[in-house]
Design a protein around this ligand. Structure first.
Ligand code: DGL
Length: 266
């Protein structure tokens, strides 16, 4: 039987944090990544628009013959997952449930903060997922709209990044949250800055490893896991693939190879 890839997508570079975990945990799987750089950011857009972008990407990935789609974007998971699951022929996994489950488990005090895009915060997807796992949780949400451009511009090690992060974390620290969910796949890139400001008593939770574990468990359960051979990676960006490749190299330790241009509106 022909090897089928796992499709992974995000509005841009952020989903590469999930892709890295998938490559580490599932080294035999072929992966196809789509970064929707023509439409980034998703976080300030409406549910209808994000759903339309997500469906276009899912259709493209299905045409590539993927066996599973991982929505490596919290905003698309929050706004479009139900519609994607309705329309797609292959299973679709999001990033919110695994991240919420992990935070609900590791928080000692139950005071949990969610950092996310405006759209993710507005959707309350994390609040619902957290309360399902831990009904007594005390949750605060903080939209962080400037984080995605900082990552997409490779500005994460600047003074501006530190100042913006300190300002976003202020209400979170004031509320004495012991666990902070990085509820956008771009935010783990800012982890060094965030953990310095938050200090050692605050746990930062991102969903990369838990998502990769959930994907692995799903494939095993459905007897679809590849156990031999080195997995391949194919990367598409919907705009400026050279810029995508250059910035990806600054963010990731593992190389991503050639980035193909794929304009889905043509
Ligand atoms: N990385 C995405 C997320 O996890 C989207 C960020 C954006 O495009 O605004 O929410």
């Amino acid at each position: 039987m022909k090897k089928q890839a796992i499709g992974v997508f995000d509005s841009g570079l952020g989903g590469l944090t999930i892709l890295s975990a998938l490559r580490r945990q599932l080294p035999h799987e072929d992966l196809i990544y789509f970064g929707d750089t023509a439409n980034v950011p998703y976080g300030s857009k409406s549910k209808e628009t994000v759903t339309r972008f997500s469906l276009d990407i899912a259709r493209f990935l299905e045409k590539q013959g993927v066996k599973l789609i991982v929505v490596a974007c919290n905003t698309a998971s929050a706004l479009a997952l139900a519609q994607l699951r309705k329309v797609c022929k292959v299973p679709v996994m999001g990033v919110i449930e695994p991240g919420a489950a992990k935070a609900a488990k590791v928080s000692k005090t139950g005071k949990i903060a969610v950092l996310g895009t405006e759209a993710t915060v507005r959707s309350k997807a994390y609040v619902k997922a957290l309360l399902k796992k831990r009904p007594t949780a005390n949750i605060i949400q903080q939209p962080c709209p400037l984080f995605v451009p900082l990552v997409e511009e490779n500005w994460t090690r600047t003074r501006a990044a530190r100042e913006i992060a300190a300002s976003y974390l202020k209400p979170v620290l004031k509320a004495k949250a012991d666990t902070v969910i990085l509820g956008c796949t771009h935010y783990p890139v800012l982890k060094p800055v965030l953990s310095k400001i938050a200090g050692p008593r605050v746990q930062l939770v991102d969903s990369a490893d838990t998502v990769a574990q959930a994907v692995s468990a799903f494939l095993q359960q459905h007897k679809q896991q590849e156990t031999t051979g080195k997995g391949t990676l194919t990367v598409y960006a919907s705009d400026d693939p050279h810029r995508f490749k250059r910035l990806a190299a600054c963010l990731l330790s593992d190389p991503i190879g050639k980035v193909h241009l794929k304009n889905l509106t043509k």
